[in-house]
Design a protein. Structure first.
Ligand code: NAD
Ligand code: USQ
Length: 421
C-alpha cells in the first residue's frame, strides 16, 4: 500500500500543497505539477495570501531539509499544453493522480465574461486532458479528483444527501418496476460549481467506456491553514486566502476579527454549508488513494465533509471567541437565504475518518496566524464585490451594473490563462 508513485496536479495550491507533503511524509513518492496560475491570479487581482508563501522551488527544498524526502515538481498547464502534459505522464507513469488543478473560487468565476470563460475553459480542458492522456497512453493510474458539495445544490432536499448517486425506481407501461442508481440531479450555484457538475459527466463516461478507476471527492468548504507537515518549517506554510474572491467564509471571519472588521455575513446567514478542516482534507485524500475502485466499476463518489453549519452560527462562534461585531451585509450571490443540509459521509467514516469538528479551541491556530500576519491584510480587499447577476448588483448598491453583464474591468491579457508564466 505504502510507496505509491503519486502525481499531485495543482500541488502548489491551498489543498494540494499540504496534501503533497502529507502523502510524501507517509512514504509515497510524490511529484507536483502546477502551472502556478493561482499565484498569477493574486497579481491580477492585487491580492496575496495572508501567509507569505515561498516560491515552489524553495518550498520543496525546505521539505527535503526537514523530512529527507524529495518532491519533484513540474510547471505545466494541463489545460493548454496537452502534449507536454501527456509526455510528462508517459515518463512518470504514476500509480495515482490526485487532481486539484482547477480554478476554484465561485466569486472569481462570476466576475464577468472573461472569468466565466476562463473558469470553464480551464477546468473542463484540465479534467478532460487528464482523462484523454490516461486513455491514450493506456495507463491504469487511479484518478482521485477534488469535487465539491456544491454540485448537489443547497435546496434542502428534506433527506440525507447520498454520496453521488440517487436510487430511483421507474414503472414502465407494463407495470414493471426498474431500479437504477443515477447521478444525483445537479444544481450548481456558480459557474465554478457548474464546472464540477460537468466534471462528473466526464468521469462517468470514461469510467464506463475505458474502465478508468476514478474517485470523486465531493468536498465541503475547507477551513484552517496549517497541517502537521506545513508547521515543520516557515517556508512550508500553507497559503491563506481572505479576500472577497478567494477567501472562504470561516477563514474570512477569523481574519476580519483580527483586524477589527465586522464579520461579513451575507444576507440572513441562514445558508447551511458543509465544512472540513484542512488536516482532514489531507487525511481523506490518503484514504481515497489507499482504496481505489475496481476497474469497470462506476465512479466512486465520497462526500468529504465533517459537519454542516449555518453561516450565522459560524459568525456567532467567532464573535463569542473574539468579541467581533457581526454585520449582515447584502448578499452578492444568488443563493437561498436559508437551507437545510444533511449529508452522508459514511464511506470516509467507514474507511477510518474521525473528523475534526469545529469548536472554539480549534480556531486558536488559525486565529493566531490571522493576528500574526495582520499587517499583510489589505482592508480594501475584504468586501465581496462580485455580484451574481444584475439583481444582486443592485442589492449591493452598484450604480453601474454593466460590469456584471459585460465582464470585469480588467483586460484580456490579465486572465491567467492568457499570460505567460
Ligand atoms: P487553489 O486555487 O489554491 O489550488 C489549485 C491549484 O491548481 C493552483 O495552485 C493552480 O495554480 C493550479 N492550477 C489551476 N489550473 C491549472 C492548470 N490548468 N494546470 C496546472 N495547474 C493548474 O485551490 P484549492 O483551494 O487548493 O482547491 C483545490 C481543489 O479542491 C479545487 O479543484 C477545488 O475545487 C477543490 N475544493 C476546494 C475547497 C476549498 O474550500 N478550498 C473545497 C472543496 C473543493
Ligand atoms: N459567505 C458569507 N460571508 C463571507 C463569505 C461567504 O456569508 O464573507 C457565505 C456565502 O454567501 C455562501 C457561504 O458563505 O453562502 C460559503 O461561501 P464560501 O466562499 O466560503 O464557499 P463557496 O463559494 O461555496 O466555495 C468554497 C470553495 C470551493 C468549494 C466550495 C465547497 O472556494 O472551491 O467547492 O467551498 S461547497 O461550498 O461545499 O460547495
Amino acid at each position: 500500500m505504502i510507496g505509491k508513485k503519486i502525481l499531485v496536479l495543482g500541488g502548489d495550491g491551498f489543498c494540494g500543497w499540504p496534501t503533497a507533503l502529507h502523502l510524501s511524509s507517509i512514504g509515497h513518492d510524490v511529484t507536483i505539477l502546477d502551472n502556478l496560475s493561482r499565484r498569477r491570479i493574486d497579481l491580477e487581482l492585487g491580492i496575496r495570501s495572508l501567509t507569505p508563501i515561498e516560491p515552489i522551488d524553495v518550498r520543496v527544498e525546505a521539505w527535503e531539509e526537514v523530512s529527507g524526502k524529495r518532491i519533484d515538481y513540474a510547471v505545466i498547464d494541463i489545460a493548454r499544453d496537452y502534449q507536454e502534459f501527456a509526455d510528462f505522464l508517459e515518463e512518470l507513469r504514476p500509480d495515482t493522480i490526485v487532481h486539484f488543478a482547477e480554478q476554484r473560487a465561485a466569486p472569481y468565476s462570476m466576475r464577468g465574461a472573461k472569468e466565466k470563460r476562463y473558469t470553464v475553459d480551464n477546468n473542463m480542458a484540465a479534467t478532460h486532458n487528464v482523462l484523454v492522456a490516461l486513455t491514450e497512453l493506456g495507463l491504469d493510474s487511479h484518478l482521485v479528483h477534488l469535487g465539491t458539495m456544491g454540485v448537489y445544490g443547497y435546496s434542502g432536499a428534506g433527506f440525507e444527501l447520498p454520496e453521488g448517486y440517487l436510487p430511483v425506481e421507474v414503472t414502465d407501461d407494463e407495470g414493471q418496476r426498474h431500479k437504477r442508481d443515477i447521478l444525483y440531479p445537479t444544481n450548481p450555484g456558480s459557474v465554478y460549481h457548474l464546472t464540477k457538475s460537468l466534471d462528473q459527466l466526464l468521469f462517468q463516461f470514461y469510467a464506463n467506456n475505458d474502465k478508468m478507476r476514478i474517485t470523486d471527492l465531493h468536498q465541503g468548504i475547507v477551513w484552517g491553514t496549517q497541517t502537521r507537515e506545513t508547521r515543520r518549517h516557515p517556508a512550508l506554510v500553507n497559503r491563506f486566502d481572505y479576500d472577497g474572491e478567494y477567501g472562504t467564509v470561516l477563514n474570512r471571519f477569523l481574519v476580519e476579527s483580527a483586524v477589527g472588521h465586522p464579520l461579513t455575513v451575507h444576507g440572513t446567514g441562514g445558508q447551511t454549508r458543509a465544512f472540513i478542516n484542512i488536516q482532514d482534507t489531507v487525511r481523506c485524500v490518503e484514504l481515497a488513494v489507499n482504496n481505489p475502485p475496481e476497474a469497470g466499476s462506476p465512479v466512486k463518489i465520497l462526500n468529504q465533509v465533517a459537519e454542516t453549519l449555518e453561516v450565522k452560527e459560524l459568525a456567532q462562534l467567532v464573535s463569542t471567541l473574539t468579541g467581533a461585531e457581526i454585520a449582515y451585509v447584502p448578499n452578492p450571490r444568488r443563493e437561498a437565504e436559508a437551507n437545510d443540509l444533511n449529508v452522508s459521509n459514511r464511506h470516509l467514516r467507514a474507511l477510518g475518518l474521525d473528523p475534526i469538528l469545529l469548536a472554539a479551541g480549534l480556531l486558536d491556530d488559525t486565529l493566531e496566524i490571522s493576528s500574526r500576519y495582520k499587517d499583510r491584510i489589505n482592508l480594501a480587499k475584504i468586501p465581496a464585490r462580485t455580484a451574481w447577476n444584475e439583481d444582486r448588483s443592485h442589492a449591493l448598491g452598484n450604480d453601474d451594473s454593466a460590469g456584471v453583464k459585460n465582464g470585469s474591468t480588467h483586460p484580456d491579457e490579465n486572465c491567467p490563462s492568457q499570460r505567460a508564466a
